[in-house]
Design a binder for this molecule. Sequence first.
Ligand code: PLP
Length: 442
Amino acid sequence: ATKSLQQASARSKSRNLFNRAKAVFPGGTTRATVERNPFPIYVERGEGAHLVDVDGNRFLDLNNNFTTLIHGHGFAPVSEAVVGLLRSGTCFANPTEHEIGLAELLTARIPAMERVRFVNSGTEAVMFAIKAARAFTGRHAIARIEGAYHGAYDWAEAGQGIAPGKNGWDLAPVATPAYRGAPASVAEEVHLLRFNDVDGLERCLGAVSDRLACVLIDPMPSRAGLIHPEPAFIEALSVTTRKYGMLILADEVLNLRQGYTGASARYGLTPDLITAGKIIGGGFPIGAIGGREEVMRVFGTDEAKPSLPQGGTFSANPVSMVAGRAAMEAMTQAAFDRLEQMGDRLREGLRASVASHDAAFSVTGAASLFRIHPKRLAPTEFRDAYLSTAEAELMRRMSTHFLEMGVLLPYGAAASLSTAMDDSDIELVLRAFDQFLATEAQ
Ligand code: PLP
């Protein structure tokens, strides 16, 4: 962006498109969680690490379609695989070899994924994984982490939009239905845990021990702060769930990005069920439910009918399968290592800026993921990461500053790097942040 985005002419086409969109979309757009400032940036095209908007402004894209595009935009191996496929038809009720290819790649890499089924979104994957835990255990309730995001299945989302009450936070969190009109019974079947709280975990699971099918956990919950799991918490989770016969359901829809074998393997968690999505579709819609062979038998065996039906008109559609395979094949161990090194440099550089300005900011994340918090101490649970109105305003100012510097930085969720980026991109992000802290300090 060479001219200021504050000038009316700099984003006039986006403004006009938003005005048109308001007549057809309640809320103005289906891309609901994308920032409006005061209207969204409409994209014309993506080019590697960059987005170009309809007004011709160019941005380094740290959103990567909500962390999905691990290779950035228009990655040639994915485009070629998809274009090659299009000529021979895009979806069939019958299976194709393409689904076996992606399944073999994933089950070979991810220890917890002995068997797998494909769907079209992370929401669906989490929904079917919860159903699988129920079908396997014969129990209906679940426990999940306060403030974490797991998609829009009613039971997975109860407890995600939680906020402090008039008198601050309740000591033990209580799940509430996620939207007006949601059946209260949903919340009765969802128990909330505070991330990294060992005592609370043992207390909660003990109290409802015979009713819980599974504990749903993202090893580094992004919306809840992109927070490191403490080894003692992972250990307590493993011991306590085994003791009461509950399953561990690791939601790696986002955090499979953390390494060649995924996030659970990285943090010493051994889940019974695991969900994936985002990067494994190469930029096309996807979700995957995986798990131990014994648990996954609820979806059927060669001989027996399933105790849990799972279909879907577009499940395992060949386009997502070949795109995902091309993207994942390019994610070799060396590619993950390079991303991790860039991520480490970025997080260290951001922290060095904070220290040099003695600013009340902190940085969390791992591998190719990061989050900047307007908090002096790095959060260890959702409550620490929760933004007050003034803090949310500060983060909006920060993201506006980044846009002016040609960087699209999501906040309140994970920002991500892609293999299309290089050191000069990291330098730009560091410069943008340092300048922001310098202006804020004045
Ligand atoms: N689970 C986690 C951890 C996620 O981050 C997301 C999406 O951001 C989902 C589930 C839902 O995935 P989708 O948006 O593909 O439905």
